[in-house]
Ligand binder design. Sequence first.
Ligand code: ASN
Length: 302
Amino acid sequence: MRIRTESERRAVLTIKSEIVRSAGEYLRSKGFVEILPVLLSPVTDPLHHETYDGAVDFYGVPYQLMKSMIFHKQIALRTLPKIFCFAPNVRMEPAERASAGRYLAEFVQLDLEVRDASRDDIMAVGEGLVVAILSAVRESCAEELTVLEREIAVPSVPFERVSYADAAARFGEPFDDALSTTLVGPAWVVDFPRRIREFYDREDPERPEVLLDMDLMYPEGYGEALSGGEREYELARIHDRLDRDSIPKAKFERYLEEVERGVPRSAGFGIGIERLTRYIAGLDRIEEARLFPKTPGDTNAI
Ligand code: ASN
């Protein structure tokens, strides 16, 4: 749907508020500790698609606005074993992306990470989290869902799993839209090829070129919900990945220093709050899931 009235907008923002509340409650009940976000850093997520850096002159040193908390999550696990954070991310994607209706240049990601976790462990956290949020919204926001004429089902666990290779064989690449449209509930895509993902997702020691990572896809064509996986945490393996991906190391110097000091083995993911709001509220466009939206290329935003 497209939002036309203030009461529809209020319903969407009330649902979003319940998403944030119920996610925090669920994660705390599972022993997670909330940390507060970092905004600026000399090093942030390289991502695997094109984005402009949000460069900031920090006392004469080039810092960046955060594209995700990935590296800070790994470092924070030295202190706390299970963490989550509602983190603002700035990703200035090419302006053409605005038309897809699912990109915001500024958004909030619920980012979490668990020390010593496997991919299976973290997928179980993701399933429990999505079910807890959908159940809470259905229960607490029945009126808002009626205003939006939206019905949402609470899926049963475990969610369906498909490998990247099988999905690509069935739908071609990229397959997000085609796959998402055929789904009736959320489903995992696992085992992405190294060539299309970031260097910090762990390569399976048993299956070179295949990563121990995953995406969660929403049904009904709403596309990607979250990305995550097990992480590389050993310095030599990270150097090897940077070399094989031809990534200049200078940009990651501060991160490499931290890895040298030691970061724990871990797995985690980040789930976009506006995309989740869009899915639950049944919105055509992601900018309607946020006040003061900034779509790629829109320089009239406030
Ligand atoms: N937050 C994601 C993760 O934990 C990374 C991302 O946003 N690109 O893997």
